[in-house]
Design a protein around this ligand. Sequence first.
Ligand code: ATP
Length: 269
Amino acid sequence: MQGAALTVRDLSASYGPVRALRSVSLDVPEGGVVTVLGGNGAGKSTLLRAISRTLAFHGGSATGTVQFDGKPVHAQGADRIVAQGICQVPEGRQVFARMTVEDNLRAGALGSRGDRGAKSAALRRVHELFPVLADRAHQRAGLLSGGEQQMLAVGRALMAEPKLLLLDEPSLGLAPMMATRIADTVREINSQGVSVLLVEQNAALALKLATTAYVLEVGEVTLSGDADELAASDEVRRRYLGVVDEDAAADASQAAAKHPVLARWEDVR
Ligand code: ATP
């Protein structure tokens, strides 16, 4: 597997009258991990759908350009996008619950560019990354735990031998230990040469994984830069990492001490 670069320019998207993205531009360098942070409804899933060309399945449409590996891909069908090496793991651990784990993985290889040998090699790599998927090969996917289903969703995408993996909130609803496990695996997948575009509400986890980060608010990129620098910025610390602004807290408590109504509010808190 060998990563490839993604260039998104002026991407706007809507669902009928609902504008979900406004003129978004971003880059994923070859072999890089880039994260897009944002709260509920910011447009993160829409961004991934527009890149993977699955937006129409959700009733949406997009304008703007997307280049992958130096070629424009924004006018291609979703199947061509997979064939060129872009695979999306949608939000919500979408596995085929009634099918076995093995059949879920086989389904992932349907759009693959590789021959039989390449598919067997891809399956071996998935089993090395997630041994539980080999142990449970003949079980129905719906019987796996939430974390195991997320592993299966990622494993299924890997069966198509992506150059770029689009991950939609892989930590959503997982216990912290399982979220860390998934993050470790994303790091491992990236070290094997796959570029990653990760959208997350879990900023702490995403900023540890990524080298570059973008913040999306109501469909627009409001901040972007080096992930370490963004993680240290007051704005991101306050809004996405839940860190209290110490100066603001000190000012508020001084004001409360001087003001009787605020002081009473301090008492009841
Ligand atoms: P979350 O973290 O909650 O999943 P998100 O950042 O992924 O949110 P999107 O799901 O991309 O955000 O939604 C962006 C906007 O588009 C929201 O206003 C949402 O209500 C709207 N939207 C998303 N999907 C559809 C759809 N299929 N039809 C109509 N509107 C939609």
